[in-house]
Structure formats: C-alpha cells, structure tokens
Design a protein. Structure first.
Length: 632
C-alpha cells in the first residue's frame, strides 16, 4: 500500500558557518509568516561566570502575528555526574531547511495531512573543555512550533544520563492553563505560575492577548515521560519534569516538545495532526488487517452471553465484541494464566465460557473478537501470548494498568505495539497512557485511555473540556454508554462518538443487549463512522460548549454539546457542497416527551450550504445531526 507516500516534496538546504561574535539571535518563520521563533545565545544572568570564560545561555521565544506566545525561555540538559549542557556554548553551524509535503494516514480525523514547515538546525559546541557538542532542531509550522535536543556522536560524550531537562515554557503574565495531574481527573483552570509538580500533557493555555496554545510531547521513544511544574519566580512559566533518569548513548535525540497555537480553542483540535507529523512514517508494509470500528464489551464471560453480544453487534452495525477482565482469572493474581480460559468466579461462577466457540461464532458473522489482558500477564508472557492470540483468531488486545513514565516502560510499551503488529493484533492501551503520535509509525496502535471516561459518570463540563485539552494529543477511548446515562442527558451521550475521536469506539459500555428496547435514535450509532475524511470545529469555548463537524465520504456528522447550563447555538452549514441538497436528521433532547424513556426527538429537514440551524440545548444536553445527500 502506498498510503504514506508524499504527494509533493521540496527540500532546500542552506548552510552557513558563523562567527559567534557577530550574532547571537537567529529567527525562524512559519511558511505563512504568522509564527516566529527566535533562538538566542546570550550571556546568562542566572548562572555564575566560570573563571576565564564568558558564560552563555540558550533561549528561545515564540510569537504569533506579532503577539507573544512564549517569552525568553531557557533550553538545556542536566546530566548526571557531569556539568550540564547549558552554558558556554558558541554557534558553529546553522542549517535552514524548507519542507512541503503531504501524506495520507491509514486512518484518522482527516484523510490527508499537510506537513509543511521551515526548519533551523543549530550546532553548538562548548568554548571550554571538554568541548562537548549539542544540536538543537527547531521547526516552525503554520500550526505551531516544535523543537528537540540532539546529542551528536562524540568521543567526549558517549554514554551519559539525562537527569533533568532545563526546558522552560515562559508565557506572558496572567496566562491560565487547563491542568490535570493524574490520569482520570477533572481539568481545572489555573494561573500557569500556580501549576503544581506533576502536571500532565497536553497542557492547553489561554493567553491574555486572546490567543490559545497547547504544549504536548511528540515521538516519545526511548525516553522518560514529560511532565510540567510552575515556577512562580519566573512569572507564568512552567518547566519540564522528567519521570525518571534517561540513559543515553550518543548519537541521541529527545522527543519533540510541541506547541500548537491558534486564535480560538477549536484551532488547537483542528491542528492536532502536528503531533503525527513529528513522528516517523508507517513501518507496517501491509496495513489491510488494521480495521477501525465499533465494539461492545462482553460482560457475562459466558458462551451464551457472547453469542448474544455477537448478534447484537451484527444487528446494530458494530464490528467487534470485547471480552473484559476476568476471562483468564483475576487480573491481579500472578497465578492467572492468560494462555488459557479460566473465568474469575467473581465475574461468572459457572465458568462456562468456551472462547474458541465464541470466536468461531463471531467470525462466521464477520464480528471480530478482542481481549483484555492486564499488564502483569503481558510482562510475564508477552512473547507467548501474542502469537497464541493470533492463532486463536483474536483481532486485538486491550492492555490494562500499564506502567508509564520511566524510560524502561516507554520502551516496553512501544515494544509491545511493535510485536503486536508482527502478529496482526490491534492495540488499545488503557489507564495511564496518553498518545504522542506513535500510531503514525505503528497504526495498529489504535487508541488509548488516559482520560476521564464515562465509567466515572462525569458532569457535562467534562465533555466540553476534553476536546480542547486531552484530545489535542490524539484519540481517547472514553467508553460512551447510553441507557445508563449518568449525569448528562441521553442526547448528550448519543453525541459523544461524534465529538470524541477514537478509531476503536467502545460503545454501550455499561449495557447489555437486553437493555435495548427498539429506541429509534440508535440508528445514529449504527451509522456513525469512527474515522473521518475531514474534521472542523465550528465553534466552542473550553468548558462551556462545542460544535464539531466531521465528514465521511459524502455524509457529515455534527455534534453539539453544552455544559451544566443550557445553550442556544447557531450551526451554519457552509461546509456543505454548494450544488447539493441534503437531508439532515436531527437528534435532540425532548424533556417533555412522556412516551419515551430516552426522550429523544428526531426530525428530518432539507438543508444546503446556506442553511443555518439553531440548536437549543438543555442543561447537560446535546444534539447530533446526520447530514447526507438527498436522492434524486
């Protein structure tokens, strides 16, 4: 398959050698000239001078359309047992590159992704012994900026340990961030200077000048996880925290530190493909076995129940059933053997699951089967389990409670995904993990949790915060449920698979087939795709509301959500083709309806690109719109 070949490519290299006495400031502009990154080598006022030396410090700053995003922010690496790579540097070489590229992902939120940027590579060397070398790579895109550290191969720095990054992100005063410290916590709006240690990425910030930005990590490979903490002494500044020491051998590259920028919060989500661009292209030659789709969790862990779930999946346009924890014993028990079926008696005391028969029944009806596997079993048995599951006919696995943070666990998880690809297994990692774009390189890595999902029955404000925060990093498995609606309306829950992107969409998370009573609005979930050709955020305010439109082929799905307050939203359909008439099926809350337990109103209108719809959302409510061309 040639889905990852570039449509067009321009590569220009201009190399200069500089006398460090002539210049200490170097500028890189985005292709559209709106974003400017300035790199500086300047005398340090923070670090004491060394004898017979002129200390320098490395800084960068970023602005958008003349407005500051980041003020002078320090760069450098702290090493274990030796002086940091921070001071006394001089520039020895600078390269400027321009790339104009386009690529097609195996799946995603858009069918084609632009990869257009200007790059500046600066080669630095210490002015004092041991004359160590450091390279900084900066990229300026129309969507934002990114940079990484690179330690070239050199005799005087072969094996080393990175204990801290001296990386700052210093925002203008009064910048506020949307902060989350755990994995499934509620985002809180705080002044950046008050961010506590352990803040997780992506970190979305709202600047006083009206701009928005999001800091995240891309291409996390052979490195420890990045976190943030505020430093009040530096104003509204956050500094990098590494979750453990990084053991390195030169040549060695850090992950990318990525800052997406926009004039409105929706720009951040529309531009989140920047994270993918910073990862290597697909390593899997034949991706035909990687199939996005919708799944339902099988909770009975019995043969009879499994067949009922398969029949439900067939009837309602789902592609997978998923056997949850307990099918091979208690997941936390080290004696549980994931090579054989032995149901946890707390899940099903009858222990009457014939998994082989269930898989055969599912395959005959073109329904795939996935398995939950706790990381304890994978740590002990990975090389035995993966080929075995392929032999059983399993399509994917959901590793649970994986360890994240230290370098060794980053490598372990990436290795799991690579090995799973070898055996044609898709992967959905649950609990702590968040994406940094590895799914571009290994698209069998379909989705992950790392989010406050619907098992927590969150308030509606969670749904209108996540698209502007957690989802900037990539897909999230939020496990939408329906009949057990929790703290939001049925129309709110119905809309989640449109607003929340996940190539594997686990629906009906708390439901069994018998919960369905013929509700007509379920046709939306039967027809909604999980991957898209185009994604647009029409409007939104973080924590208040969102309107998002996604296209698959000739059809559009529009999702509107509000928080705990009612909203009246205007939805212009200018994204539709100008010469086509469409039918719009609208699914909305109808609280006065006493004939339906879900209280959903369905109406059909004829619309075109000149139509503007009005969505009156009740508190914690939502509205879904399915738009498709009218038949002649």
């Amino acid at each position: 398959m040639n889905h990852l070949k570039s449509k067009f490519f321009i590569f220009i290299v201009i190399t200069f050698t500089f006398n460090p006495l002539l210049s200490s400031s170097y500028t890189l502009n985005s292709p559209d000239k709106k974003i400017q990154l300035v790199f500086k080598i300047r005398p340090s006022i923070e670090i004491p001078s060394h004898q017979n030396s002129e200390p320098h410090c490395l800084y960068y700053r970023v602005n958008f359309s003349g407005k500051d995003i980041l003020l002078d922010s320090q760069l450098g690496l702290e090493l274990g047992g030796e002086a940091p790579l921070l001071t006394n540097f001089q520039l020895v070489n600078q390269s400027l590159n321009s790339v104009k590229n386009e690529w097609k992902p195996v799946y995603g939120e858009r069918a084609t992704i632009p990869d257009i940027y200007n790059e500046m590579i600066v080669d630095l060397q210490e002015k004092l012994k041991p004359f160590r070398k450091l390279r900084l790579i900066f990229r300026a895109y129309n969507e934002g900026v990114a940079f990484r550290y690179f330690v070239p191969e050199q005799e005087n720095l072969k094996k080393f340990a990175i204990t801290h990054e001296m990386t700052w992100f210093r925002f203008p005063d009064s910048t506020k961030g949307y902060v989350e410290y755990g994995t499934e916590e509620i985002y809180q709006k705080r002044l950046v200077r008050n961010i506590k240690s352990g803040c997780r990425w992506p970190l979305t910030v709202e600047l006083k000048n009206g701009l928005f930005a999001c800091i995240t990590e891309a291409a996390l490979e052979n490195y420890s996880l990045l976190k943030f903490k505020g430093v009040k002494e530096r104003g509204d500044c956050v500094v990098a925290e590494l979750t453990g020491t990084v053991q390195a051998v030169s040549p060695f590259a850090s992950p990318w530190r990525c800052i997406i920028v926009g004039e409105r919060p929706g720009d951040l989500l529309e531009r989140n493909y920047l994270v993918l661009n910073l990862n290597p292209p697909c390593e899997i030659k034949d991706t035909s076995w990687i199939k996005p789709g919708k799944a339902i969790r099988e909770m009975t862990l019995s043969t009879t129940g499994a067949k009922e779930y398969v029949d439900f999946a067939v009837a309602h346009g789902l592609q997978y059933i998923h056997f949850d924890a307990g099918w091979y014993g208690h997941e936390y028990d080290s004696a549980s053997d994931a090579t054989r079926v032995s149901v946890d008696p707390r899940r099903n005391p009858k222990n009457d699951l014939d998994l082989a028969a269930a898989i055969q029944y599912a395959n005959e009806r073109r329904i795939g089967v996935m398995l939950y596997v706790n990381r304890r079993a994978l740590e002990r048995q990975m090389d035995e389990l993966l080929p075995l599951y392929q032999k059983w006919g399993i399509k994917g696995i959901k590793p649970g409670f994986v360890t994240v943070g230290p370098q060794e666990w980053t490598n372990w998880l990436n290795d799991l995904v690579r090995k799973a690809a070898k055996y044609h297994l898709m992967v959905d990692v649950h609990d702590l993990f968040r994406p940094s774009g590895f799914c571009r390189t290994y698209p069998n890595f379909m989705t992950q949790e790392g989010v406050r999902g619907n098992e927590h029955r969150p308030e509606a404000s969670n749904s209108v915060t996540l698209p502007f925060t957690r989802f900037i990093a990539g897909a999230a498995d939020c496990t939408p449920k329906y009949f057990s609606k929790g703290n939001t309306t049925f129309a709110h829950q119905l809309t989640l698979p449109i607003v929340f992107y996940s190539p594997l969409q686990f629906l009906f998370w708390h439901e069994q087939p018998t919960d369905y009573q013929g509700e007509p609005e379920i046709e939306l979930w039967e027809n909604v795709p999980t991957v898209w050709d185009e994604t647009r955020v029409l409007d939104g305010k973080i924590g208040e509301f969102i309107i998002i439109a996604r296209r698959s082929g000739d059809s559009w799905f529009v999702g509107a959500l509000t928080n705990e307050n009612e909203s009246i939203l205007s939805i212009p359909l200018q994204f539709l083709k100008h010469d086509v008439k469409y039918s719009a099926k609208i699914y909305s809350d109808n609280p006065t309806d006493i004939t339906s337990r879900t209280k959903i109103k369905i109406q059909t209108l004829t619309v075109d690109f000149q139509t503007t719809l009005e969505a009156k959302l009740i508190a914690s409510g939502g509205q879904s719109i399915w738009i498709f061309p009218e038949k002649n």
